[in-house]
Design a protein around this ligand. Structure first.
Ligand code: ADP
Ligand code: MG
Length: 463
């Protein structure tokens, strides 16, 4: 029927606009490399902030003692206690609690957000077993993983550049988030010192390095997306401080804000960006990361419902609600292997109140999931290639040169199997089978929290 012809036409056009042939991905990777150079050359030199992390030594494995971490990522936050066993001792004990951030606190006041976090910390500490108590006169030490762009002023201070991922609290911007947290901890009676302020990518790099010495890149694919890597200090013209002994500096790229004329953007992306809390910003993040994939899918489905009546003559009212279709739901539909696509049917019914969908309609939905996820995953792979190129490791290894291990984390990478497989296959495709053997992806589970505790240890006042 003409209805189906119209639906197919919308799909076809969307698929073409989302296209990521290898040649395009190589252009994206090259553009990423160029922007990395520009961001390292001068402050404000690029959309890529290439932030200096003040981490010039990654964990050695000799760290010892009980340390804490607070991981504020976007959707949830976690409080961790990690006991490190010293040389060859590894992680003796680890324990965490997790809480979600109430949506009203994401757009409220700085004080309310930090008070909420400090109250959770207070609870965690109050319930702790005596064997973890610090000796008299010694403060607990905390690594604070704060996954938003921070202009770092030392290893344990830094001001918020801007919020991302649906947070919007004006009075935090420009403030030192360690000072904000410290004040809230005092208000809540928590006796703790922030020893390290780290981005989640930097934490993941540190956590990954602790278990594998070849880790030199970390990528997060969760609510948002970002990457960090180990740069030669000499290659950072904008760094005017003393050259670190190690000769290295971890750079938090803030690659979510990457944009390039080579990125395949559609009308749906432009509309979603315009309607977002941060229009014009985080464009790479908005096509690759978990907060947005489901929303892009919803927008295409809405258009098909309006113009091709794929869900009947009436547009289902729920389909008009922004962000109602979340990426975990999209991933469940994409992974549906049942012959009648039962999961797709159930999700459409439960989330969008659309019942009695035909198999044909369900297949269409799965196709759209695949288009959206494939574009995101392939672009993320191009981003990794950009870093590998910047490190000069995209050509055959000199003998004796180690592998590059990329520590990966985030709910999207962890749970969206099709996305993860596509990302990994794409890098092989771009580098060629032989070169690709020297780049390895490793899931650094909870690396950002453990990494922050490790960095708290290496920056402890008491060693
Ligand atoms: P954050 O990025 O907020 O620190 P996570 O790394 O846990 O948190 O990532 C959470 C995000 O991962 C969710 O917002 C969602 O977009 C994505 N996600 C979680 N579960 C799944 C899933 N099953 N399939 C696809 N994406 C998922
Ligand atoms: Mg996180």
């Amino acid at each position: 029927s003409s209805k189906w012809a119209r639906a197919r036409a919308i799909l076809k056009e969307f698929e073409e606009k989302c296209g990521t042939p290898d040649a395009k991905l190589k252009q994206v990777a090259d553009a990423m490399t160029v922007e990395m150079h520009a961001g390292l050359a001068s402050e404000g030199g690029s959309k890529l902030k290439m932030l200096i992390s003040y981490v010039d030594n990654l964990p050695t494995g000799d760290e010892e003692g009980v340390f804490y971490a607070l991981d504020l990522g976007g959707t949830n936050f976690r409080v961790l206690r990690v006991q490190l066993g010293g040389k060859d001792g590894g992680i003796v004990h680890q324990e965490f609690t997790e809480a979600s951030i109430p949506p009203n606190l994401m757009v409220g006041t700085s004080e309310a957000l930090f008070d909420y976090i400090a109250a959770e910390l207070a609870k965690f500490v109050a319930e702790e077993e005596e064997k973890f108590h610090q000796p008299p006169g010694k403060q607990r030490e905390l690594g604070f993983t704060f996954s938003f762009p921070i202009m770092q002023t030392s290893i344990n201070s830094g001001t918020l550049i801007r919020w991302t991922k649906g947070f919007s609290i004006d009075d935090t911007v420009g403030q030192d988030v360690v000072a904000e947290l410290t004040k809230a901890m005092q208000r809540k009676g928590v006796d703790m010192r922030v020893s390290a302020l780290v981005n989640d990518t930097v934490g993941t790099l540190a956590g990954g390095r602790f278990s594998n010495k070849d880790v030199s890149i970390a990528v997060i694919l969760g609510t948002g997306t970002n990457a960090a890597y180990v740069e030669r200090a000499q290659a950072i013209p904008k760094w005017h401080g003393p050259l670190p002994k190690s000769g290295e500096m971890v750079i938090n790229m803030e690659w979510g804000n990457f944009r390039s004329s080579h990125l395949p953007l559609t009308e749906y992306d432009h509309a979603m960006d315009t309607d977002s809390l941060n229009p014009g910003e985080q464009i790479f993040e908005k096509i690759c990361s978990g907060m947005y994939l489901g929303e892009i899918l919803r927008r295409v489905l809405l258009r098909m419902s309006e113009e091709a009546a794929i869900f009947g003559d009436e547009v289902p009212p729920k389909l008009k609600n922004q962000f109602i279709l979340r990426t975990p739901e999209m991933s469940a539909m994409h992974h549906d292997t049942s012959s009648d696509l039962r999961v797709v049917g159930d999700k459409l019914k439960d989330i969008l109140e659309i019942s009695n969908t035909s198999l044909k309609t369900r297949r269409l939905v799965v196709e759209l999931c695949n288009i959206v996820a494939t574009r995101g995953a392939r672009l993320a792979a191009a981003g990794v290639l950009g870093i590998v190129k910047k490190m000069g490791r995209d050509t055959p290894r000199e003998s004796g040169q180690e592998k590059i291990v990329v520590a990966m984390d985030g709910g999207l990478y962890e749970h969206y199997t099709e996305y993860r497989k596509c990302l990994e296959n794409t890098l092989v495709e771009l580098l060629g089978e032989e070169m690709a053997t020297s780049i390895v992806f490793e899931h650094a589970n909870d690396g950002s929290g453990i990494g922050a505790a490790l960095l708290a240890a290496s920056n402890s006042l008491y060693v």
